[in-house]
Design a protein around this ligand. Structure first.
Ligand code: NAD
Ligand code: DAU
Length: 349
């Protein structure tokens, strides 16, 4: 039996993971989320009444709150996803990323130390991290678990720092930890500041499609539930102290991906082929824009038998369908503060 404290469960990946765990296991899942602009309880409607689900609204940086939750729910496992997650926002406001991603992670580690018996082997701190900590790849080669860290954005620097703290607590205090570093996720419920939902939303409304630079940067895309499946196998079979890379073996140049989305949506919206692609607009590049990410997930495949379950065309079509079918969700998250963000982010590009 596990009592899991899952942080960031109202966000994109976290909400999929909450549902994944509750649907599959009898575990108690306590979702601690501060509900920043990226957190949305609407993502969790289908499990709201689940008897094993508890929602706690609050900041991972609040030590008293963490003490109360660890105690009250007899937490045995932490799966830590809460973070500021958008690279563009980290360029505007790095400190917010240090606050949550670095200090918040250390507060959580400290709470585990305070509440778990020293030398315990039936507890686990699972830290969910990103491939961006490894930096930028040239056109060849892959990130493996031993690739040296080389973060190049405030976001990836903050995630790298948090990874280092997690490993330091393993080596220094013997805290049982496991880490995974994953490539770009896509799927339903992703906040439309990120490439795929932003493009879907703009194509739908006939707005310009802002492609940074020349659109030649490459990302390795993974269906979000395949990330949940990987977290599941690592939670249950991963070796304490180890790191596992998770990736889709699915590299796409941004411009090719945007063309594929335009093609898919022309078809679904009954537009003439080529109509949506006319909206593509090349804009000023992201500062320090990493050229390429690509994960070699060989360790996870060989040690724990994980591999992605669906191909990209299928996943992308499902994603487009979901956003078209869930207009109310999209309208709700793209009104209000999102409009100010969008205006600020794209006005001068
Ligand atoms: P997200 O931005 O969609 O969600 C983050 C969640 O964390 C939100 O619900 C937000 O309210 C919550 N949160 C933020 N600050 C908090 C705080 N101080 N206290 C409590 N809750 C707080 O992020 P996501 O895309 O779902 O990413 C989740 C995790 O996975 C992050 O750690 C991210 O670095 C990592 N990751 C994401 C991707 C990706 O492609 N999205 C890939 C690899 C790793
Ligand atoms: O690699 C994993 C990471 O993937 C996660 O750790 C991050 O939390 C997640 O946000 C994501 O980071 P990226 O910067 O790769 O994702 P984003 O969707 O912001 O951008 C994907 C690519 O598309 C990137 O090369 C920048 C480009 N882009 C993005 C936006 C928002 C555009 O060309 N135009 C845009 O408007």
């Amino acid at each position: 039996m596990k009592n899991i404290l899952l942080t960031g469960g109202a966000g994109f990946i976290g909400s999929h993971l909450v549902k994944w765990l509750l649907n599959k296991y009898p575990y108690k899942v306590v979702n601690l989320d501060m509900l920043t602009y990226a957190g949305n309880l609407g993502n969790l409607q289908e499990v709201e009444q689940h008897p094993n689900y508890v929602f706690e609204k609050g900041d991972i940086g609040n030590a008293q709150l963490l003490d109360r939750i660890m105690e009250e729910h007899a937490i045995t496992h932490v799966i830590h996803l809460a973070a500021e997650s958008h690279v563009d926002r980290s360029i505007v406001d790095p400190l917010a990323f240090v606050q949550t991603n670095v200090l918040g992670t250390v507060q959580l580690l400290n709470a585990c130390r305070r509440h778990w018996p020293a030398g315990t082997s039936d507890r686990l701190f699972y830290h969910v991290s990103t491939d961006e900590v490894y930096g930028s790849l040239p056109s060849a080669g892959y990130f493996v678990e031993s690739t040296p860290y080389d973060p190049r954005s405030p976001y990836s620097a903050s995630k790298a720092a948090s990874d280092h703290f997690v490993r330091a607590y393993f080596h220094t205090y013997g805290l049982p930890v496991v880490l995974s570093n994953c490539s770009n996720n896509y799927g339903p419920y992703q906040f439309p500041e990120k490439l795929i939902p932003l493009m879907i939303n703009n194509i739908k409304h006939g707005n310009p499609l802002p492609v940074y630079g020349q659109g030649l940067n490459i990302r390795d895309w993974l269906w979000v539930e395949d990330h949940c499946a990987a977290i599941d196998v690592i939670l249950h079979g991963g070796k304490v102290g180890e790191t596992y890379n998770i990736g889709g073996m699915n590299e796409w140049k941004n411009i090719d991906l945007v063309h594929l989305l335009c093609h898919t949506m022309d078809h679904k919206l009954g537009r003439k082929e080529g109509e949506s692609a006319k909206l593509i607009t090349y804009v000023k590049d992201r500062a320090g824009h990493d050229l390429r990410y690509a994960i070699d997930p060989g360790k996870l495949r060989e040690h724990l038998g994980w591999s992605p379950s669906i191909d990209f065309e299928t996943g992308l079509a499902r994603t487009v369908d979901w956003y078209l079918d869930n207009e109310a969700w999209l309208e709700a998250v793209t009104s209000g503060a999102y409009l100010d963000y969008y205006q600020h982010q794209y006005a001068h590009r």
